[in-house]
Design a protein around this ligand. Sequence first.
Ligand SMILES: [Zn+2]
Ligand SMILES: [Zn+2]
Length: 269
Amino acid sequence: MMSAAQKRQKLIRAVRLYPPITLLVLVLGYLAGGFSDIDDPMIPRDLVVTGLSFYILLGPALYIIAFIIVAAASDRERNGLPDNAQRLSYNDPFDLPLEKMQGYKLAVITEREPTLRGLTGDSYRADDSAVCEKFPDHTPPVASCECGFYAYRNLADAKFESSLNPGAFLLEVDLYGIGFRYEGGYRAETQVVNKIMIPKRCMRCRILSPKVFVVSYRMGFQNNSWMQWQVRCNICSLTFKPEDKLSIPDMNRRLGVLIAPRIARQNNE
Ligand SMILES: [Zn+2]
Ligand SMILES: [Zn+2]
């Protein structure tokens, strides 16, 4: 039985098929004589135009319906659990993971002095203990709260999320201390970042291999801007001043984390 999260991933992959399918349908329509003025086309022109109109309306409508169904399914999955244990996938609070909690997660590198920052906005060092922003007396993770370091168990799940967040880097982490199993991964007390897996291609042109980190201002909501590091090829980093660049070994030293290229098929499941 697929979980709602897996269904969501499948659906988003399916949406990516829509443009090539559309192109194929248009080419077939063209070959069938739908766009020409010849007297005796293979298929009547009206039929081709009607077919295309239906496809244009029906395709997106089907995707929207599927998204609503998947969202409803994930709501149902969550409502099945008691309020406090929402989204925590354990029944017995003493059934803690005994395996080594190794996982994967996404982070951006921000600030002039490179700083790892989770997608929720919290910054952390390469070796750090979680703090609870809401309740200072918590020692994360607290079952009824959201505090603690999170990581996916499977690289495939983290890779999928990274395809939705192209500015983020993929991290390999080990979690220690008290930990909970959580949806597709863990939530734990302390975290050590083992490795930053940089993309195989430049984060700007997506063609050449990345050679150097560059920092630039990103515009955010409500006039907030922040500095963010990207790894780019030699051409896409040409316009940057020397003080806005950092070589890969230098970034490694500043963050205190190994930086390695992403390997194509690394224990995918
Ligand atoms: Zn807390
Ligand atoms: Zn480039």
